[in-house]
Design a protein around this ligand. Structure first.
Ligand code: SAM
Ligand code: SF4
Length: 329
């Protein structure tokens, strides 16, 4: 039976976090003092992840995105990608990364069958990058992008979280950078999750304001709404011969067309970013008597509780406490 929730939304997209650790600390995502990671035995093993994805694919999930924390901090992710590419009924296996490990891992990932990749980069300034990531080295990300292109990953989408007073003056530079390098820029609104909650009042701005500003200078025309099959709304920028995507979970929520579920690195099922996932599949997956059919039935049961919307994201997000790192964005 396909995965359709109580509001007739068909679930086809799964984001799977494989680790809650990261090699940098973006100020809105991971508190600098955070040192409490899931212990290795609590993380789902690759066998458990593959089993869970196989069950979900049999229920209609068609695309899975591996995420984190920083997914490439976990050893063996290329092997996981290779195994997931063999899951029948799955159309696409995707990856989201901060790009830092890509100088060495782009090649093995491509060899494992990865085709497309999303790389997260909020600024082109080395100092700003170092400051907002608490010590990150932008050169590794830039080399990672180069290497991803060299090995043929395509398309490469560059995800930037819009931060008022930090990178809102840099969007045009980012757009020129992506245009010159054949990448696709996507601007994401900051969400009241993790440290983002405290930073929202000072750093949040709706992506619409940037779209309006760009439209004063460039010819923007709506384009290919299905470029990614996700929530981004894309515009062609005629003069730069490129495309930019805007993702506005806070100012213009896209709950009505939500087609996704998430599983955290410790196996928790999460049907909406704004609400905490409390049920973990880990124990079921580790119970030798548990059949795939019973796990599938549990997925259906959990999905029946998926909320229609997070009308007030701030209020919804206040109910929960964990950071984005275990959930995977
Ligand atoms: N480490 C990888 C990366 O940075 O792309 C994958 C995981 S990261 C949690 C996934 C996405 O979540 C990133 O694009 C990041 O910018 C976004 N993110 C994290 N915290 C956020 C927040 N409070 N508001 C908006 N986006 C956030
Ligand atoms: Fe790490 Fe990604 Fe969170 Fe930044 S957004 S701290 S790169 S997990």
């Amino acid at each position: 039976m396909p995965l359709i929730d109580s509001f007739q939304r068909k679930i086809e997209y799964l984001r799977f976090s494989v680790i809650d650790q990261c090699n940098i600390r973006c100020q809105y995502c991971m508190p600098p003092e955070q040192k409490l990671w899931e212990k290795q035995p609590n993380l789902l093993t690759f066998d458990e992840i593959c089993r869970m994805v196989t069950i979900l694919a049999s229920l209609g999930v068609r695309r899975v995105r591996i995420t984190g924390g920083e997914p490439l901090v976990r050893k063996g992710v290329p092997d996981l990608i290779r195994r997931l590419n063999d899951v029948s009924d799955l159309d696409e296996v995707l990856l989201t990364t901060n790009g830092i490990p890509l100088p060495t891992l782009a090649r093995p990932l491509r060899d494992a069958g990865l085709e497309k990749i999303n790389i997260h980069l909020d600024t082109l300034s080395a100092e700003k990058f170092c400051k907002i990531t608490y010590g990150g080295d932008i050169r590794k990300v830039l080399t990672g992008i180069e290497e991803s292109q060299r090995v043929g990953l395509q398309p490469i989408k560059l995800n930037a979280v819009l931060q008022k007073g930090i990178n809102d003056d840099e969007v045009e530079d980012l757009l020129r950078f992506t245009a010159n390098h054949g990448l696709i820029l996507r601007l994401i609104e900051m969400m009241p999750i993790g440290p983002g909650r405290e930073l929202m009042p000072s750093l949040y701005m709706p992506v619409r304001l940037i779209r309006e500003k760009l439209a004063e200078k460039y010819t923007l025309s709506p384009t290919n709404p299905h470029l990614g099959g996700g929530p981004a709304v894309y515009y062609r920028v005629k003069e730069l011969n490129t495309v930019i995507g805007f993702i506005s979970p806070v100012s213009e929520p896209f709950c009505g067309t939500c087609n996704r579920i998430r599983i955290s690195s410790d196996g928790r099922f999460q049907d909406c970013l704004a609400f905490d996932g409390t049920f973990s599949f880990r124990d079921l997956l580790r119970n030798p008597l548990m059949t795939d059919e019973r796990i599938a039935a549990k997925v259906h049961w959990l999905l029946s509780g998926k909320a229609e919307s997070h009308d007030d994201f701030q209020q919804a997000a206040d109910i929960r406490t964990p950071c984005m790192t275990g959930i995977g964005g």
